[in-house]
Design a protein around this ligand. Structure first.
Ligand SMILES: NC(=O)c1ccc[n+]([C@@H]2O[C@H](COP(=O)([O-])OP(=O)(O)OC[C@H]3O[C@@H](n4cnc5c(N)ncnc54)[C@H](OP(=O)(O)O)[C@@H]3O)[C@@H](O)[C@H]2O)c1
Length: 328
């Protein structure tokens, strides 16, 4: 396992992050605990959860599993989604953040969160209020670093500017959906993150299971759809374009003697600007498969082949800006 610094920080995180969204749901508590220990034993140190995963059960399972290994772990969780039916049980107000952090700390059974992430932009709350509340949490020691998830590029840039103007702590990372079949972040977010040195920790790096090669073109998928690749997501993912990308992944996997999941994750590990993909695994078998993505490097020509087949069209304004790039 290799390690990378998370954005503009001194925090070293493993190149693979273990997602825990299924823990206590499709992954039994026993398997979840076993998975966390195997991950830590093999050098992984980065765990991602959220207050809303399995109604808080995921945080509880993670907290119990790492209780005696707390200092080894970079523990990431999130706030913003609905946690109670009252009007303030959602969003990025100071109130919901302060209530949310206390509830997460209790479930995680710890004194501090390493990376506290806002789950998605909140149009209702001024970002100044959100960042001031997060800054207070860092000052109080309850939180060590802050990150965001599911932002547009202007929302991240505005947040960084507000932090700078007010001397608040700034987001060290963003958690976007990003994979070989989901590269919308290439349009603006990836270049912003490189320019501003913000870490990128992609969710659904396996396309929710699609990129593991478990589906075939024209095959009836009824009964094979997973909890995350639900009917609507399946409609989005089972396009001709995505199957063409999957064909290239399968070909590469065959050439390298690796699995499609390993190739898909390894491609991300070598993508400039990516810090650590957050992979999910519902079973220990899937976990073992996915862990085989680390510790090797795919040859550049194979990486480029996958890059080309999955790249978005070179549209305006990027094409226009590149055309007039000066040679410096
Ligand atoms: N910030 C956000 O808004 C956000 C959103 C979603 C997720 N996340 C984070 O990102 C993590 C990963 O998300 P994700 O679960 O969507 O990502 P993913 O890694 O793309 O998909 C994981 C799912 O794919 C299937 N799978 C994984 N490895 C496999 C293998 N080797 N062979 C066959 N199938 C395999 C399993 O589905 P089955 O259960 O069907 O077998 C597994 O649960 C989450 O745990 C969470 O921490 C964040």
């Amino acid at each position: 396992m290799h390690y990378r610094l998370l954005g503009r920080s001194g925090l070293a995180v493993s190149e693979l992050c273990l997602g825990t969204m299924t823990f206590g749901n499709s992954t039994s508590e026993q398997d979840s605990t076993e998975m966390i220990h195997r991950f830590l034993d093999r050098g992984g140190n980065f765990l991602d959860t959220a207050d809303v995963y399995v109604q808080g059960r995921s945080e509880q399972i993670v907290g119990q599993a790492i209780k005696n290994r707390r200092s080894e772990v970079v523990l990431a969780t999130k706030v913003r989604m609905t946690t109670s039916p009252d009007m303030n049980g959602v969003g990025l107000s100071r109130k919901h953040i302060m209530d949310g952090v206390e509830a997460s700390l209790r479930r995680l059974d710890t004194d501090y969160i390493d990376l506290y992430q806002v789950h998605v932009w909140d149009h209702a709350t001024p970002i100044e209020e959100t960042l001031r509340a997060l800054d207070d949490l860092v000052t109080s020691g309850k939180v060590r670093y802050i990150g965001c998830s599911n932002f547009l590029a202007w929302q991240l840039m505005k947040s960084l500017a507000v932090s700078e103007a007010n001397r608040y702590i700034r987001f060290v990372s963003i958690q976007p959906q990003y994979s070989l079949i989901s590269r919308q972040m290439d349009l603006e977010m990836m270049s912003l993150c490189q320019e501003e040195n913000v870490g990128v920790i992609p969710w659904a790096p396996l396309g929710g299971g699609f990129l593991t090669g478990r589906y075939d073109r024209n095959e009836p998928t009824e009964g094979r759809l997973t909890s995350k690749v639900g009917e609507s997501a399946w409609v989005n993912r089972s396009t001709d374009r995505n199957f063409t990308i999957l064909d290239a992944i399968r070909g590469t996997a065959l050439e390298l003697g690796k699995s499609p999941a390993q190739v898909s994750l390894n491609w991300l590990l070598q993508q400039p600007g990516i810090t650590s993909p957050i992979f999910g695994a519902s079973t220990l078998e899937q976990f073992e498969d996915n862990m085989g993505a680390a510790g090797w490097k795919m040859p550049a020509e194979l990486w480029e082949r996958l890059d080309q087949v999955s790249a978005l069209p070179d549209d305006y304004p990027n094409r226009f800006i590149t055309k007039f790039k000066r040679p410096f």
